[in-house]
Structure formats: structure tokens, C-alpha cells
Design a protein around this ligand. Sequence first.
Ligand code: ARG
Length: 459
Amino acid sequence: MKLWGGRFTKSTDSFTDHFHSSISFDSRMYKQDILGSCAHADMLGKQGIISKDDAELIHKTLLEILADIEAGKVTFDEQAEDIHMNIETILIQRIGDVGKRLHTGRSRNDQVALDIRMYLKSEITDIKLLVKKLIAELNQIAKDNMDVIMPGYTHLQNAQPVTLAHHVLAYAEMFKRDYDRLSDTYKRTNVMPLGSGALATTTYPLDRQAVCDALGFDSITLNSMDGVSDRDFVIELLSTLSILMMHLSRFCEEIVLWSNQQFRFIELDDAYSTGSSIMPQKKNPDMAELIRGKTGRVYGHLMAMLTTMKGLPLAYNKDMQEDKEGVFDAVDTLKMCLPVFTNMVKTMTVNRDNMYKAAKGGFMNATDAADWLVKHGVPFRDAHAIIGHLVLYCIEHNKSLDELTLDEYKAASEVFDETIFDAISLETCVNSRKVEGGPSKDYIQKLIKLNDEYLASLK
Ligand code: ARG
């Protein structure tokens, strides 16, 4: 008979059992379920709600069940619906009537709310560590590539020269914000709902704070109806993970572009590339593409959960069982994508000559040429027009700005002298942009140091 079967005269249809059972996916919360039950049983014993001996036997047996699950000795049963009732059923099989006392003053509604919070707290901690490793790797790439000049783009058209260090540290900033968002999500997940009961607490004198402390939560939920029906933290995590995937995906798009034959800015390591079954010459950036592709499913889980929750009246509704598969998949996806991505960028080879050559084309020093005029007394709008004409002249004569002679410069404006050539070298263009946030080596060195301090400050 089902644990809740008392008021039923018929058993559930077997296909229905399969339909509403969640054990196939919520079994991964077995540890959280057991530790939560141990804390609950201890508290029941201390409060005199059940006897101390019963509490101890329940606690001890639950830990034995935990060890047996981890040793692969336990098979879960779809008939027992979910992880909560599977473990309770096993407990009762092992210690009979004593086991039947565990669920006193508790509902599966607050139990599942507790388990998922505990489970996600541990996943957030794991993901934070992976993000930290990625930031550290990007900072290392920046250290190694402070002098590697490459084109900076707007509209994916050559704009102004930057360095590879400047480019990858832009992503480091994004991942620093992602790390922060994960910490923030953790804070709101770290609230203990047990004691909320089905929706209106219970008449037993529970000590919720004791359970909260035993399980290492920050505080207890303050309204039992909210306690059982809040899934904001799931949505918040999905949103945080979606933004994180979006950042990975943008970078992956650049990796794909940079390894293309028309760019050849980087070469991915063989360990992070694949070949073609028909074209012998191919080396494809599959890992970058796959991470870009997986971004869609994480966004999908966010939309699914927002939609699941939008019409739900208070308090618990079975719809909320749908919270798990999506967020589990999102967490699994990030735990795969982050290390693959980190190792992919760690092992890529940078073709600095190709980056430099690409930065030479497309008149990326035109702004600097105009700025040279401004610094020699020409109003900016006039300078813009003079250089615009010079660029046109260069296009017609198939030259770059640094290939023009001083006479050609002087024909455009009398103000020019030979110092223009140094002013428009790519190195000057990059390193004279000393403004905070810019590509100059002086500033990038400061930022790398700030990032090292930031990384050291993370627990
Ligand atoms: N498996 C359920 C879930 O994930 C547990 C809570 C069930 N509660 C209930 N009243 N049916 O939501």
C-alpha cells in the first residue's frame, strides 16, 4: 500500500504511477533527504515529540541507508513515488513502527522544499569554484598576451586596435559578475523551510531554529505558505546560469570565428577539436559550438520554470514537481561546459602575427591620426574630415595610413610633421590609451593585479 493509501479503495493505475512518479530524477537528492530527516528526527527527540531512543534509532538507520545507497545496494521503487517516500519506506522496512514516527510534524511539501534548497546550495558552491577557475585562467591568458595586438571590432568591422589581454579581460569582468550573482542566489537559497508543514505549520512544538542550525542554513523561512510554495531561488539560479551561458556562448562564437581560415587568430588544441567523417582536412571547433548550442536549453529551462509558476495559487501544487528536471539539467550543463571551456582556452595557441596583420588593415589607426591633428590645434570635426579624405585617398591608392609619405600627409594638411608616423603605429594606438579600462599595457597590468587580489579574496 502507498504511504498515503489509507483513504483510497483502489490502487492507482500503473501508467499513472509512472506518470507522476519523480523517483527517476529526484533520487539524486537522496543525501539531502536523509540528512534533512536526521535533523528533523533529532529535533523531534529533543523536543519530546518522539522518544530520544526512537530518534536515535531513526538517525542511525537513516545513515545506514545512506551508506547502502552510496554502495549501490539500494534500488528505488517507482511505486513509492519519490525520493522522500522511497527512503521512508526503506526506513520502515528496516525498523518497523519506529520508522513510522519520522514523518511527525512534517509534510513532503516542506521536505521537498528543504531538499532542493540543500541540493542547489551544494551545486552553486561547485559552480562558483568552476567560474573562479575560469577567471583565473583568463587572467593568466592576459598575463601572457599583454603585447599581442589584435583588431577590436564594432559591428564586426575593424574599429580600433586592442590587445588579446584587453579582450579576454572583458570576459573576466563578465564572469566576475556571474560569480557575484551565484553568491547572491546562494544567499536566498540558504533559508530553511522545514516546519512549514503542508502549508500551515503544525501543532507540535517544533524547534525550527535547531533544524536550521543543524543543517547549516542562515535563517528560517518566515511564512509557511511561502516556505512551501516559493521556487524563486530555482528561477533565480536558472536566470543566473542563463546569463553565465550567454557569456560562454559569446566567447565561443569568437573562438569559432578566430579559428576560421580567414581569421586564423588562434588554433585550438587537437584535444578540443574534432574532424569530419568526409573531409580529411577539417578541424572543427565542436566544443565551442556545443557550448553555444547548449545555451539554448538552459534558457529553455528558465522559461519553462517561469511559465510553470506563473499561474499557481498558494500554496503547494504538484506542478512544482516540474522544478527539478530543468534545474538539474541546467546545473549539469554548466558543470560540463565550464571545465571544457576553461581547458579549451587554456590549451589554444595564439597566432600573434595573424592578429597583428589583421590589426594593420582597415585603417584602425584613423582615430589616432585625427587625434594627432587635434593635439596640434585642428578642431576635431575638421580633423575627422581631413583623415576621412586621406582614408579615401589610401583606398584609391591601395595603401595604409602608415605607408603614406610625409608629402602625401602635407598635401592633406600643412599641419602634419614626421611625428605622425609614431603616433599612428599600432603600439602607440594601444599604449597611449592609458585611461582606466583601456588597452594600454600600464592599465592592463593594474587590472591583472586587481583580478589576482579579487581571486585571492574569494573563499
Ligand atoms: N515529489 C514531490 C515534488 O517534487 C514531493 C512533494 C509532493 N507533495 C504532495 N503533496 N504531493 O514536488
